[in-house]
Design a protein around this ligand. Sequence first.
Ligand SMILES: Nc1ncnc2c1ncn2[C@@H]1O[C@H](COP(=O)(O)OP(=O)(O)O)[C@@H](O)[C@H]1O
Ligand SMILES: N[C@@H](CC(=O)OP(=O)(O)O)C(=O)O
Length: 569
Amino acid sequence: MTFVESNWIVQKFGGTSVGKFPEQIVNEIIKVYTTKYDKDVAVVCSARSSYTKAEGTTSRLLKAGELASQAHASIEEEEAAVEEDYALISRNLDSEEDIREEAKNVKHIRNLLELVRKDHVENAKLKIKNNEIQEQLIQDTNKELDLVEKYVNASQILGEVSSRTMDLIMSCGEKLSCLFMAALCNDNNVPARYIDLSHIIPSDYDLKGNTALDNSFYTFLTVALREKMSPIVNGNHRVVPIITGYFGQVPLGLLNSVGRGYTDLCAALIAVAIDADELQVWKEVDGIFTADPRKVPEARLLSMVTPDEAAELTYYGSEVIHPFTMEQVIRAKIPIRIKNVSNPTGDGTIIYPDNVGKKGEATPPHPPALLSSSFYETQTKKTRRATAITSKNDIVVLNIHSNKKTLSHGFLAQIFSILDNYKLVVDLISTSEVHVSMALPVPDSTSSKNLKTAVAELKKLGSVDVLKNMSIISLVGKQMKQFIGIAGTMFTTLAESGINIEMISQGSNEINISCVIEKCDSIKALRAIHNKLLSDNRNYNTNDQSAINNGIEVNAVNEKLEQIKNLRI
Ligand SMILES: Nc1ncnc2c1ncn2[C@@H]1O[C@H](COP(=O)(O)OP(=O)(O)O)[C@@H](O)[C@H]1O
Ligand SMILES: N[C@@H](CC(=O)OP(=O)(O)O)C(=O)O
């Protein structure tokens, strides 16, 4: 099959990468791809985070929006908010005095916005050498923040923040980050142009009855993005577009319908719009591992995972890629590659289905040489084992016993309607005759407050036990469904480690086996299951089917390494 490359690669950089490694991104990644490998590169960035995402620009902007809507928050609520901020901040500041000062700051909207301004202006002064570029960047930064102040002022007067206004406030993060990255590129002789997507969707789009992120929405957006990118794609001179990962006013609001991490989806849509050869999502890890490498040191890097596996892993705690990213880009037969900003020559992890032909056979590693089709055959050998294990913390289990003898008609509907009213999501559920157990993520003070009120309402339906500080442990793997006994091994391993299982559930797609345990046991559980089912030195007996499968996997990985070595000669 002949494959005509478009020569375009889309590179997405997350907020912490932009915050910590901007020079490496420009000089060791974008510049290398555009000059050494002669690629056309489109860059998508998230809002800057100097330390962690929870304290990054988006979080600060969202907090400012939230405070604007709670003009009359009670003292307890204010104190709870400050305590939460205090806990976050204290992880990164040294002296108690600094921590208290910062906690005081985040309490007030103006101070929050000032923090964002100070952070970006100081960053511009520190990193941009050319005076003209620096002055322009500071001017553009101030202009965007002045606009946000106006939105916040208006919201305070109204005493409410609509999802549209919240989105507008939030969009400032990606604008500031991309203005900075475009300036840094130009300052380092990489010709770049800032592209703002905040108005890519017309403001009356949802008023015309378009209220879902369905295929017609994606088709509409792809066409709009293609048009927007056309001057660069069809231009005579190579210039790197630095595109805001915020992509406008989607139906029901970006935060509501896509959620945090939306820039991955934006990058995917750009890749489809410009028919890129590859979508690269650059992180601070080498790719997707068999477990979070921070928690399981023996975790192995996976060379390839399927989109379904990547989505399950992300949903159940391994936040490597937003679960919405895969669908559109894979439909367009474009592979996704997860790569490490601090290790740009690593191969990373490819996300691609093992049963769908690629746009072409070329998904170049770094350096971009062609891989033979047998690369994929090696990857897709039927290994019939788990792919990875993940854990999700901040889980609460609700056990509801109906006050009737059997689960009456409408009982579940009533439960879900109460949970829905309080925006509580159910991650896992299991039911018996008069009993329903549910695992819910409760990651912040708002959802915790909502849970309290919801439980009071649920008590009208029966007795309710609430178990806090729990974790979901999920074993994910496309091949697991044919592998009888894997669930048994997983639960026996937990029992052997003295870990009590509160709830068990297997996803209907059968690529995920999950259980709920106490949070304090989660690392122990991950390590024990990884050692039994995923490690290369697994502790198996020779009759174990997993031992046989392990042999196949080791061979597959060796063959792949051999191929890559040959390509480099
Ligand atoms: N299975 C996994 N493979 C790779 N990383 C994982 C996995 N599970 C959890 N993680 C964690 O996800 C994080 C993702 O990378 P990072 O670049 O820090 O995120 P972000 O782009 O959101 O800043 C890492 O800190 C890593 O420890
Ligand atoms: N800045 C946004 C969107 C995003 O995609 O972030 P990141 O790429 O850093 O996960 C957020 O924090 O949610």
